[in-house]
Design a protein around this ligand. Sequence first.
Ligand code: IMP
Length: 427
Amino acid sequence: MSTLVVVGAQWGDEGKGKVIDFLAQKADVVVRYQGGNNAGHTVKVGEEVYKLHLIPSGILYENTLCVVGNGVVIDPEVILQEIKHLNDRGIDTSNLKISDRCHVIMPYHSTMDELEEERKGRSQIGTTKRGIGPCYMDKTERVGIRICDFMDEDIFKEKLAANLEIKNAVLQKIYKKEPIDFERTYKAYRHYAEELRPYVADTTVVLSNAIKEGRKILFEGAQGTLLDNDFGTYPYVTSSHPVSGGACTGSGVGPTCIDGVVGVVKAYTTRVGKGPFPTELTDELGDMMRERGYEFGTTTGRPRRCGWLDAVVVRYAVRINGLDGIAITKLDILDSFEKIKICVGYEYEGKVITDFPASLKVLEKCKPVYEEMDGWMEDISGITSYQDLPDNARKYLQRIEEVCGVYISIVSVGPGRKQTMILKDLI
Ligand code: IMP
């Protein structure tokens, strides 16, 4: 396959960074297509650990072209810090291209995100407070500032002034807060614009040329299917489209140019932020998963909620994304569980349902129907071939394939590049 989309098949944090870093060894181009610095990918190369928020993980390979597509929202201060951080560690970023159609996260977006969460009180979403939602709101309302506008001194000045007029009125009148100063913001952001300029391009042309040349392209999804604005557990979702369809609208590449889609599935389930989570474990088993799996947010450091693998969720992700295969990550975290459960359906009003419901009211009443399997109770983190996995680990994987209706292409048993088994070549 020449063009492969990698998506999260749960609620994000599935280990996409590790899988993309692994697949990127063979890729010429890696593309981010949605989200912003709400994402956090942790990549371990040798003893070095890199935490990336906006720049595609492919940047860690010398000759890989990294594209930030139009569907991404960019906080200029954050991306510049990320570039500097990489450069300071000897990583070259001259292969980075940022779409001139990306929308810019402005200081009022992060402020509004925070204030709006505060205002919602108990019904808050648990956002990352990075201004993601308010920036996408402006994009949809057609008042957003795109990178191409940001690069033009006059247009930027005009758009910033128009935006601040209304945002400051809201800040002062609704939230009783101080207004944001035009001059100070304009000056700081003009400076960021000039620093970003060398990276800005019409990335639709860059990608179209790469496709014509038969180059291998990876599309890197952020967040996960169940956080998608349309298909996730709305309103407890993000404001973009992490599903595979988002790769097209978020990069300007047509669907006929996509050869395959792989979903990343953690061997159990986690969720950060509020919202329904049918297989959540609030007991010591959940704590054990959190501690063994080091389940704390890369972006906010928040402890992640943990629970058993939910095959209803994964099956849904297989359907919505048209998955050709899945990559199972963090299988080693289950090493010391005597019994392992998979949720194969939900009991709802006396019946078993197997399709993920849209209504949160229904979802709240759903009780997981579990199958229990014996654990393998041994350290698998050093195993490099599928055949060498303990019988019970292979049985668990086979059952996942059966109940989710999809083949497993990759199994990961640790953060390192070597702790990866390929069952089927993807790119
Ligand atoms: P926002 O994207 O900051 O607006 O947050 C909306 C929801 O998506 C919250 O529940 C966040 O915790 C969740 N979220 C956003 N980005 C990520 C991510 O990269 N991993 C996991 N959850 C995320």
